[in-house]
Design a protein around this ligand. Structure first.
Ligand SMILES: NC(=O)c1ccc[n+]([C@@H]2O[C@H](COP(=O)([O-])OP(=O)(O)OC[C@H]3O[C@@H](n4cnc5c(N)ncnc54)[C@H](OP(=O)(O)O)[C@@H]3O)[C@@H](O)[C@H]2O)c1
Length: 259
């Protein structure tokens, strides 16, 4: 399928590993000039090299924490006028909602809501002028099926979702779309770390924990990051201008609701 993305420019945040990296790879495969951001230069540089080698297109990168103003400034310095923005950063910590402090909440809102909004607000008007823009936020299945121990994530990501819902309708007439991708359980480093924590806390074998979680997914497997990247590339494509303001679950059928 021709996605019509050749020569477009993209910023992909959280792109040295996992879902962000898969989005970057999928876009680069389509001939998009991708700029990657992540905090750790070594892994980021390696990811940029591997993506470029596999796609045959050049890939740039900036070591930056996108949840800080300085990091976002550095990123936009490298790519001031992207046609595509993939917002992504590590999720906030889990914890007992009764114990969460105001500082915990401010940090979560900064990390998973306000930093994404800042980037969107900076690049939106140039996208409107060029009559093309594709913005995707990587959020979580927890937006639709929240769990108490992930209250910080639920709150911050739901806030971002509300913002996107309004703005998407405001800019749709300019061929600028905003959508959220909601990962269920994808086989990334983060998922492996979560499983290891769970196994340690419960005194279980890691294999047992993985099997239990996997068996609860109707697809009977975890998602592969490439599947996530493929969905992101499709939503960024030239032909996806009529899809906006959506929250797309990628979860192997785990969310039980009809709509
Ligand atoms: N995987 C899943 O099953 C799943 C399910 C639900 C939600 N999610 C959410 O989806 C997002 C991506 O998850 P993932 O599984 O792909 O995680 P991952 O495998 O841990 O990869 C995270 C990537 O983001 C970078 N990163 C993290 N914080 C950053 C920051 N502040 N600024 C710039 N780069 C940053 C990391 O590199 P550095 O550490 O070097 O910065 C790494 O490249 C997270 O918000 C996660 O909570 C994932």
């Amino acid at each position: 399928m021709e996605l019509g993305l050749s020569g477009r420019r993209a910023i992909v945040c959280g792109a040295s590993a996992g879902l962000g990296r898969a989005c970057a790879q999928a876009l680069s495969n389509e001939g998009v000039e991708v700029v990657l951001a992540a905090r750790t230069e070594e892994t980021l540089k390696r990811a940029a090299g591997e993506i470029a080698e596999s796609s045959g297109f050049s890939v740039d990168y900036v070591a930056a924490d996108v949840t800080t103003e300085q990091g976002r400034h550095a990123l936009l310095g490298k790519c001031p006028d992207p046609d595509i923005l993939i917002n992504n950063a590590a999720g906030p910590p889990v914890g007992d909602y009764r114990q969460l402090t105001r500082e915990d909440w401010i940090k979560a809102l900064d990390g998973n809501m306000l930093s994404a909004i800042e980037l969107i607000n900076t690049i939106l008007d140039p996208m409107i002028e060029r009559k093309f823009g594709r913005i995707i936020n990587i959020t979580s299945h927890m937006v639709k099926s929240p769990m108490a121990m992930l209250s910080l994530s639920n709150g911050a990501r739901a806030g971002l979702t509300g913002y996107v819902g309004g703005v998407a309708r405001d800019v749709a007439k300019h061929n600028v779309t905003l959508n959220n991708l909601l990962p269920g359980q994808f086989d990334t480093g983060r998922l492996a770390a979560n499983h290891q924590n769970f196994a340690t806390k419960q005194g279980l074998e890691l294999e047992q924990v993985r099997n239990t979680f996997e068996s609860q997914i109707p697809a009977k497997r975890f998602g592969q990051p490439e599947e996530f990247g493929a969905a992101a590339a499709f939503l960024c494509s030239a032909g996806s201008g009529f899809i906006t303001g959506q929250n797309l679950m990628l979860d192997g059928g785990q969310y039980p609701g009809l709509i």
